[in-house]
Design a protein around this ligand. Structure first.
Ligand SMILES: NC(=O)c1ccc[n+]([C@@H]2O[C@H](COP(=O)([O-])OP(=O)(O)OC[C@H]3O[C@@H](n4cnc5c(N)ncnc54)[C@H](O)[C@@H]3O)[C@@H](O)[C@H]2O)c1
Length: 359
């Protein structure tokens, strides 16, 4: 079968660190035949790592889309460009994969999915946590009723990446480019994981704040304000009545990377911990601590591991599975992000239906 030709738009951290290795594992089915970035250094890096010629490198995504060199595109740019580039890809008749969060607000994501449905083109969103071994296995444990009916979901995703010495005012620290800070960056994954486990949000209340209020601009070094959240706490209720608590931060002193998912259900308790590369699942079964037969540590079977890029290629080949994150997952997540931002603004609980109805 002919290989699918992929064009990457935005060759920064996530494209180089995650997408590129993912595609290289699918060499028999896909190849990267064009790259676009506004930064000449990024294009040079793409040229060297992928052995591309100058005619395969673009500074304007519109030129890549009309080049005839690609069958699909992978959008890895800052958030504010996701929907405009995806819209342009659809106009060019090209399917796409896009990084999370899908857009800057629900209205633009709704317009995008309507357009994609009209065109009938496959569209994928990079909720990368869905492809992780431990998260997938947790889903299997939940689906097979290991903890029974869920009572509580407690999630913490905290890092110290906002505290790195001298970190400049990257796009993610500016509201007009990021939309939000850790809410959209880390919170979107946590919202999606909750949905991946089968729970749909009905309402949320949130609070957020900025800890490092200003940073030097890239290039000029001029000190400018940070306008996106460094931390966000979200409490939600799902349609089945499960209460969900999500804490995200990029200012967790001394913590490189900590993720905890804790679920309590009628039959017991499941806990996943990721700390600086080390992972563990604990399960404790029983209705009370007296009844529980102790805590067991589980290593997931390797078959639960997956590759996000492979899932995108599968979608393009018409072989999606029930775990695949298509555009609708990005739209559903965006509703919750919008509701959280509205809650922060209005200082009250916001129903997801208010966002859907544009109230
Ligand atoms: N799934 C995940 O776990 C994960 C992790 C990190 C980042 N992301 C997402 O990936 C996206 C990119 O994040 P990043 O950390 O790689 O950022 P980055 O700043 O490292 O890379 C973005 C790249 O886009 C390029 N770019 C900017 N404007 C462009 C334009 N108009 N046309 C073409 N290229 C353009 C930049 O020059 C840069 O090379 C964001 O949406 C982010 O939320 C996802």
């Amino acid at each position: 079968m002919k290989k699918i030709r992929i064009g990457i738009i935005g060759f920064g951290g996530i494209a180089r660190g995650a997408h590129l290795p993912g595609y290289l594992e699918c060499k028999e089915d896909a190849e990267i035949t064009a790259v676009c970035d506004i930064d000449p250094a990024a294009l040079q890096a793409a040229k060297e790592r992928l052995n591309l010629s100058d005619s395969q490198l673009f500074e304007d995504y519109r030129d890549l889309l009309s080049s005839g060199l690609v069958d699909a595109v992978d959008i890895c740019t800052p958030n504010y460009l996701h929907c405009p580039i995806a819209e342009a890809a659809l106009e060019a008749g090209l399917p796409f994969s896009v990084e999370k969060p899908l857009g800057m607000n629900y209205a633009e994501t709704k317009a995008l999915i309507t357009h994609a449905e009209e065109k009938g083109l496959p569209a994928f969103i990079c909720f990368s946590w869905r492809y992780r071994l431990y998260t997938r296995y947790l889903k299997a444990l939940i689906d097979r009723g290991s903890v029974g009916k869920i009572y509580h979901i407690y999630i913490r995703c905290i890092k110290n990446s906002g505290l790195w010495e001298g970190r400049p005012l990257e796009w993610r620290f500016e509201k007009d480019k990021g939309g939000s800070g850790v809410l959209g960056d880390l919170g979107s994954h946590m919202i999606d994981i909750t949905r991946f486990w089968g729970e749909e949000f009905d309402e949320v209340a949130a609070d957020c704040g900025i800890i490092i209020p200003e940073r030097p601009r890239i290039g000029s070094g001029e000190i400018a304000p940070v306008t996106t959240d460094d931390w966000c706490n979200l409490i939600g209720r799902t349609r089945t009545g499960v209460n969900v608590t999500i804490n995200v931060s990029r200012c967790a002193t001394t913590i490189g990377d900590l993720i905890e998912f804790e679920l309590f259900g009628e039959n017991g308790h499941l806990k996943y911990t990721y700390r600086d590369g080390q992972q563990d699942i604990e399960i404790c079964c029983g209705k009370t601590d007296m009844e529980a037969g102790g805590t067991h540590h589980i290593t997931p079977p390797a078959k639960y591991d997956a590759n996000q890029s492979r899932s995108f290629i599968n979608l393009l080949q018409g072989k999606k599975d029930s775990y695949t994150a298509e555009l609708i997952q990005g739209v559903e997540c965006q509703k919750v992000l919008d509701a959280a931002l509205r809650s922060i603004e209005l200082k009250r609980t916001v129903k997801i239906s208010e966002i859907e109805e544009g109230l």
